[in-house]
Structure formats: structure tokens, C-alpha cells
Design a protein around this ligand. Structure first.
Ligand code: PMP
Length: 362
């Protein structure tokens, strides 16, 4: 096998090795089909079984109640920035909580399509935290409240759902989906691009409550209409067959090898604390971006004393097989994305390198 390095990419991100190996085995022929998963029809019984298992695995992992649809769509989370308001806004208004770059994009997109109200933004503070409940004045008549549970670029995560009363809660969960247990009943709609915790790029998972479909306007193009997608169980047109198959393997791994969301949550907390400890114990050499209470378990973001040292850090890291640690171009610094599939050994390797680098350069 070609050597694999520790991949801290923010997405597409690392996938479990055993999932890649299984996919490799089935790439030439699915055991009972005699055809590659890349070659089967989306109307075949083989794909039916894949789609059904993927949905059931998600339902089991997240305890999704029967009155929620699980959809597999294309266009990424970015298309959901538009589809959500197109389907749910009507002539009403929606409230947006913006805690980072992705939430800002979602808000701007909604604004093009209707009335969106910026209830809270962390922009002035450079997106280092989420709002306190007492900072939120939610419009009780809002069609929905939108928030981003984990801001991938800044590394800021909501420890729990913002309180929104009876207003339907919509969440972009792209970068912490399946990283911790969740009470789906608190949400009206959740969407997540698969390419961080759930699979490869190409499929976006949307979980939405049945009653929301009643407000979808009549004149939407079919592909952008949640009703059409739900009625056709994600096969209105050709879905991303291979990406869905990979989500099936990843959810299987999460259930059978890891043991579910409580188990992965425990591992994720442990991994994140290894890195945050290295930051906090560096006597100011490393400076974490987010306020400690809102630090992301998935994307750890920090700076070094100078851009020169950051460059040096990133270069040296590669010689230790530690890759993709450069922060997003909009914030600079470093970012380690430690999604579900990043083994704890990789996090230990990064931590050791961080401690050693700080020791030598600090
Ligand atoms: N929301 C969040 C939180 C993200 O991290 C990303 C991608 N990094 C997006 C939205 C955009 O996703 P996509 O590229 O799938 O459109």
C-alpha cells in the first residue's frame, strides 16, 4: 500500500481506513451484483439496498423519528443555503445567527431570496464565540431560525442548541454532523455536506420534519423542491451513487467498529483536549482562536507568534507526516481538523510535534 500520512484537512477530510479498504474490494464488483458500485443503476435492486441501509443507519445512529425525511441531495451545503429559504421562507422572514464565515454565507444567500434578519453576528469580535441566550431576541413569528453548529473556518462550536422557543430550528451541521449525540426533535431541518464526517464529497444529507413540506411553494424547479425530493426518496434523478455507498460504509463503521455516537463523542472530546492542552500549556506560544467554552471538537484553530514561525511550523510538520494544517486563507494561522475518522494516534503525533516545536522555538 502507498504510505498514508496524517491528514488534517478540513474537507474533504480523512476517511476510516477500513472503509477505504472495503470500497477498494468492491470497486471491481459488488459481491452479489458482479458489477462495480460505480456501474450499477440507481434504479437497480443493489442500489435500492444501499440507499435503504444508508438511511436506516442514519436513523439508528441519530434516533431519527418517523416523521422526519432523510434526503441525499447534490449541490453541497452551499445549495442548502439557497434551498432552505426557497422552500421555507415564503413571504415571511427568517432569523439568522452568524458565528463564522459559513453562517455569513448562508445569511447572504437567504437575503437574495427573501427577508432574512441578522439576529446576532460575531463578526466584530472576529468570530471567537457563540451568543449567550440572553443576547438573542428571536422573532416569535420567524419562519425559522438558522445557525451553524460548528464553524469550520474559525473553529467555533455551539455547545448546545440556541434557545429559540417554538420557532423551527434549521442547522448547517456540515462539520460536526455525526460527531456527537443529538436530539433530532429539537430541529426542524438539519443539513450537512458529507465530506467531513459522513463520506466523500458529492452528497449532502438533509433531515427534515414532514410538516415543513406543507409550506413549500408550488412554483419551485423540481430539483430544488424538498417535496419532490422527499416523494421520490432522493431518486427523482440520478443521485451520487458512489458517494451514498460510501456514506453507507462510514455509518456502518460508526455503528459496528466505534459503537455509536456516544462512543465517538467520547473519543472526539479526548482528541480535542489533547490539542487544546498543548495550546494552553505553551505559555502563550500557541494562541487558540476561539474562546475556550466554544472551542470546536472538530476544527482546532490557533496562531503562532509570527507568520514566519507559522510557515516554519507547517513545513516542519510535513516532514513528520502531518499534513493540511494551514488555517483557512481568511483567518491564517493553523487548523487541525480532527474529524471522526482521524485516529487518536494522529492527534498524539501532532501534539508531540507541537510540544517539541514550542520547546525549541518558544
Ligand atoms: N457549511 C460549513 C459549516 C462548511 O464547513 C462548508 C464547507 N467547508 C460548507 C457549508 C459548504 O459546503 P459545500 O462545499 O459542501 O457546499
Amino acid at each position: 500500500m502507498t504510505k498514508r500520512v496524517w491528514n488534517f484537512s478540513a474537507g474533504p477530510g480523512v476517511l476510516p481506513l477500513e472503509v477505504l479498504e472495503e470500497a477498494q474490494r468492491n470497486l471491481l464488483a459488488l459481491p452479489d451484483a458482479g458489477m462495480s458500485v460505480l456501474e450499477i443503476s440507481h434504479r437497480s435492486k443493489w442500489f435500492d439496498a444501499i440507499l435503504e441501509e444508508t438511511e436506516q443507519n442514519l436513523r439508528q445512529l441519530l434516533s431519527i423519528p418517523p416523521n422526519y425525511h432523510v434526503l441525499f441531495l447534490q449541490g453541497g451545503a452551499s445549495l442548502q443555503f439557497a434551498m432552505v429559504p426557497m422552500n421555507l421562507l415564503g413571504d415571511g422572514s427568517a432569523d439568522y445567527l452568524v458565528t463564522g464565515s459559513w453562517g455569513e454565507k448562508a445569511f447572504q444567500e437567504a437575503n437574495k431570496l427573501g427577508k432574512a434578519r441578522l439576529v446576532w453576528s460575531g463578526k466584530e469580535e472576529r468570530y471567537v464565540r457563540v451568543p449567550n441566550p440572553n443576547e438573542l431576541e428571536i422573532d416569535p413569528n420567524a419562519r425559522y431560525v438558522h445557525f451553524t453548529s460548528n464553524e469550520t473556518i474559525q473553529g467555533v462550536e455551539f455547545p448546545s442548541e440556541p434557545p429559540v422557543g417554538e420557532v423551527p430550528l434549521v442547522c448547517d451541521m456540515s462539520s460536526n454532523f455525526l460527531s456527537r449525540p443529538l436530539d433530532i426533535n429539537r430541529y426542524a431541518l438539519i443539513y450537512a455536506g458529507a465530506q467531513k464526517n459522513a463520506g466523500p464529497a458529492g452528497v449532502t444529507i438533509v433531515i427534515l420534519r414532514e410538516d415543513l413540506l406543507e409550506r413549500v411553494p408550488e412554483n419551485l424547479p423540481n430539483m430544488l423542491d424538498y417535496r419532490v425530493q422527499a416523494k421520490n426518496r432522493s431518486v427523482y434523478n440520478t443521485p451520487p451513487v458512489f458517494a451514498i455507498y460510501m456514506v453507507m460504509l462510514v455509518t456502518r463503521w460508526l455503528m459496528n467498529t466505534i459503537g455509536g455516537l456516544e462512543a465517538i463523542y467520547k473519543i472526539n472530546r479526548e482528541k480535542a483536549s489533547l490539542l487544546y492542552e498543548a495550546i494552553d500549556q505553551s505559555e502563550g506560544f500557541y494562541r487558540g482562536h476561539a474562546h475556550p467554552e466554544y472551542r470546536s471538537l472538530m476544527n482546532v484553530t490557533w496562531r503562532l507568534p509570527s507568520e514566519e514561525l507559522e510557515k516554519e511550523f507547517l513545513q516542519e510538520a510535513q516532514s513528520h507526516d502531518l499534513y493540511e494544517l494551514k488555517g483557512h486563507r481568511s483567518v491564517g494561522g493553523c487548523r487541525a481538523s480532527i474529524y471522526n475518522a482521524m485516529p487518536i494516534e494522529g492527534v498524539h503525533a501532532l501534539r508531540e510535534f507541537m510540544l517539541d516545536f514550542a520547546h525549541r522555538k518558544g
